[in-house]
Design a protein. Sequence first.
Lengths: 414, 397
Amino acid sequence: MADEPLAEELEEPSSGTPQPSQRFPAGFGGLAGALAPLATVVLAFVLSGIAIAAIGKDPLRVYRAILDGTGLNWFFHPGSHSIRLPFSTTHVWFPWDTASTAAQNLQQTLLLTTPIALTALAVAFAFRCGMFNIGGQGQYLVGSYVAVWIGSSLPHLNSPLHIAFAVVAATLAGAAFAGIAGLLRATVGAHEVISTIMLNWIAIWVGSYLLGLGGPLQNSSQPSILESKSVVDGAKLPVFWGPKLLQGLSVGVFIALAMLVVYWLVINRTTLGFSVRAVGFNPEAARYGGISVARNYFLAMAIAGSFAGLAGACDVLGWEFQLGQPDVQASQIGFIGLAAALLGRNTALGVGAASLLFGALINGTSGRQLDPTIFRPDLAGALTTIIQGLVILFVGLNLAGGIAWLRRRRRRTA
Amino acid sequence: LTRPRTIGFAGIFLGALAFWLALPPLAARTAALPVAVGIAALAAGSWAVTHGARRPGFGAVAAGLLGVAFGVLATRSSTAHLDQVVVWSALLAATLRYATPLLYAAIGGLYAERSGVINIALEGMLLSGAFFGIWATVWAHSWAGGAAWVVGIAGAAVAGMVFGAVHAVWAIHFKVDQVIAGTAINFLSLGITSYLFVDKYGVNGTPGNIDQYGIPDVHLHFIAGWYFVGPILGQLNLMIWLSFVLLVATYVFVFRTPYGLRLRAVGEHPRAADTVGISVFRTRYVAVIASGAIAAMGGAYLSIGFVHSFSQGMTNGAGFIGLAALVFGKWRPFPTWAATLLFGFSSALADRLPSAYGNQWGTLFQALPYALTLIAVAGVIGRSIGPAAAGRPYVRQ
């Protein structure tokens, strides 16, 4: 039996999976907590700037062009404009022009920020319970399948009811899908990293089947095109800013904002949040204190999955309106959400800011926004992936703490 | 002979037989045959479970159920379709081709995880090997001619070692969470290879003549004429044979040499290993860097041995299936190899089914490896438990 793993009777003193406190050496709050992510982003952009310069382009010009495409420059050009109040015809003064090109770019950025923030919450919530949910992508996809299925059927349903039904069903689907991983962790202790990776790929291939030739979700009136039917008008989320037919901004962004608040409230102001954090901080102590660790593992995963499922609903009902097989294979939203959660250090404010950063970056480097004479959009897309990788790579390092350590060390040697 | 274990494995065999009977060349046309054999498999399985052999027993039950389901499905489809899909020699040769990148990734992962470092960066390492392998080959073609592939494999291995070294420094030295570091490397690899690919090859893609100076196939002329075996083994890529060598070498190294014992000791109980004078840090560094090199060679096979081109993100989850195979094979070389073959077979089948049946339910076979691994970690068919210290940075005291 030489190939048995080495004797189990050897005891490892510090057993169990790494806890958040070990994963991030620095605390979640404080000045260092905000400085380190900033330092991370600056470092990632500097290194990517070197990559731009390496192929003979001017990094500053490229970054400038990307920034212009994000629409964030909208805020830099205040003037005297007017805006119509909701549910009325009254116009009031407003400092920004809501119909400018920059405004349209900003709408696209916010459309992208919405699912990123929600999938980031899916990572963050599980993280607070001491679990690493890599399955945001799969949960997002499952949510979007359900949303496109319900959204494209039932054409005569009352519109608000239809939206609510599709959104709730997609959310529950995400919760159930993540719940599998939560249940496995809670009952047999299966590591959630492995199980969520597997669930991601199961979601991708099941989606490829659903939307493939003759698949159940594929549009049967156009059998050769690997796309679903379109979501009926009644199930589309209302657009409140920008042209309805040209991907204006839907109310999905408010759903994401509301969920950031809900996340903060649940984590910081409820018993559930307390027990989730207690389990995340130290499962043994939580169990000793009478908290059911298994129950919290399951609940935390299911709630995390519901955020991601909701993200799928916001995308499908907010601007995509149909799903194609290639989209399913190429989608990376859940992984961008993962990066945003890590960069935002799993706090509501941090996740919101990091999601806006990534949403802006992806929109700014898209073929639709970036001037190809300055930088090729497909190169810029790859650059975005590099920046995400660098951010994840450096965010685990305690940069601020590292600088402090270097300074102490220099003082000692001097 | 009547030991529960033996009966259990016999049940697994019967389950596979139930399916096989309904396929060419026998192609039984009545559903009764697979059902009868499948029930025998179920009986053997349940007997084995009740007599203590839970793992093979449940395996037999699962095999019996699947055998009946697929067997009945096969009897209801036309023989013409079956003949088109199930050409055993072609199917098995395709299985080997699909399984090889998975095997390289899985063996790479085995070294890292046995040393106590979780490596979910296998996907990125595979991809870096695929790109830098083809890059080095194209670069070397001008001066090395037909032997450019040697430089290609070396280039791939170096790229994998660089990513492995980054993972090692982050996981071992900086003590960053290994899953986060691995995720970062997957992103970095996807980004860097795409960036360089677009910059270097642009819209035209990699040169179309790489099959002339890529990794050659091994033509075994004396075997080629043999019945059945000939078409499978007669013309396989050099990297496939090399993967078998690597597999045996890995088994011998990890389980039959003192170095392997040290590697496993570091992965199971680093403190004890440190106490007896084994350098935990050095062992882990070597293991993780080797892990990158091996996984990247699988990528080189993919790009310059198999498809002879590169496209962005072309590994498309192969690294993760390799990781799944490692988990499914319980971090042991030969069971892991069996898992890669099973997963390769399901990919090969998924590839051939749509051509005959015109719809895509065969696509679901692509999800099979992941579903099976999920079941394996769930512990229904014997729990998969990894090295004890995997994922935990070592702090010297």
